[in-house]
Write a protein that binds this ligand. Structure first.
Ligand SMILES: C[S@@+](CC[C@H](N)C(=O)[O-])C[C@H]1O[C@@H](n2cnc3c(N)ncnc32)[C@H](O)[C@@H]1O
Length: 221
């Protein structure tokens, strides 16, 4: 994990910055709306519907995707490593008369989740994988979110095969930018198989402009 990124999210200043991220510029507001549309479409297409048990939204950040998680489960647990962001999620959700507070708020790391195997019917884990520097830790993270799900996992990762990643790799000779923290879709499918899951659907956030990919995995049997 990039400790600078982690420390920033866990600081009051970094949390405030992330809180405003999707509101500051109109482009970010459009991106946010587009992402929520893609996610809802994916959930519908995968036939997830309403699950009877609890769902985990981790990392929840300030609760941006809480309304979507609540469409799937009446008992959503919000989890994050950042205290200030968890506090922000709690304040935002308790002030929302239509949805109300989450079932629980848990501070924990996605690399070692404080939940038993199969504790949730669905795990939603968005925009974390690409912040994890070491490949082994990205795999460990994926194993963890699969471990605590009894049925569904919806997660995002930065795809090695994406056009954006290929352009970045090509430009590195001149730009000197560090490579993105990616996963290969076959690697995701392999880890999923090992953990008893199958890939149900995978969609790009924006085919040409984003390397982020949403994936839906379902436990077999
Ligand atoms: C880009 S935000 C995504 C938040 C939310 N899923 C969303 O899409 O709005 C990344 C989040 O990951 C959290 N985070 C970073 N490292 C983490 C870790 N090891 N375990 C749990 N959360 C972590 C940060 O605190 C931050 O809230």
């Amino acid at each position: 994990m990039d400790s600078k990124v982690l420390d920033r999210y866990n600081s009051a200043e970094g949390a405030t910055d992330y809180l405003g991220k999707f509101k500051r510029r109109w482009t970010e507001r459009v991106n946010d709306r587009n992402e929520q549309r893609v996610l809802r479409g994916l959930i519908r297409a995968a036939g997830i519907g309403k699950v009877p048990g609890p769902a985990l939204d981790l990392p929840c950040g300030y609760g941006r995707l809480y309304p979507i998680a609540r469409e799937i489960s009446d008992r959503v647990v919000e989890g994050d490593w950042s205290f200030p962001l968890l506090q922000a999620a709690r304040a935002r959700e308790s002030g929302d008369a239509s949805l109300g507070s989450a079932f629980g708020y848990v501070r924990g790391t996605a690399l070692c989740l404080p939940f038993r195997d199969g504790a949730f019917d669905l795990v939603l884990s968005v925009r974390l994988c690409h912040h994890i520097d070491a490949r082994e830790e990205r795999i460990q993270y994926l194993r963890e979110i699969l471990r605590v799900s009894a049925k569904w996992v919806v997660f995002t990762y930065f795809d090695e095969t994406s056009l954006k990643n290929r352009i970045r790799r090509f430009n590195r000779r001149w730009s000197g930018k560090r490579p993105k923290s990616t996963l290969h879709p076959e690697e995701v499918a392999r880890v999923a198989r090992e953990q008893g899951f199958e890939v149900i659907r995978a969609v790009w956030l924006a085919r040409l402009f984003s390397g982020h990919r949403y994936m839906v995995l379902r436990r077999r049997g």
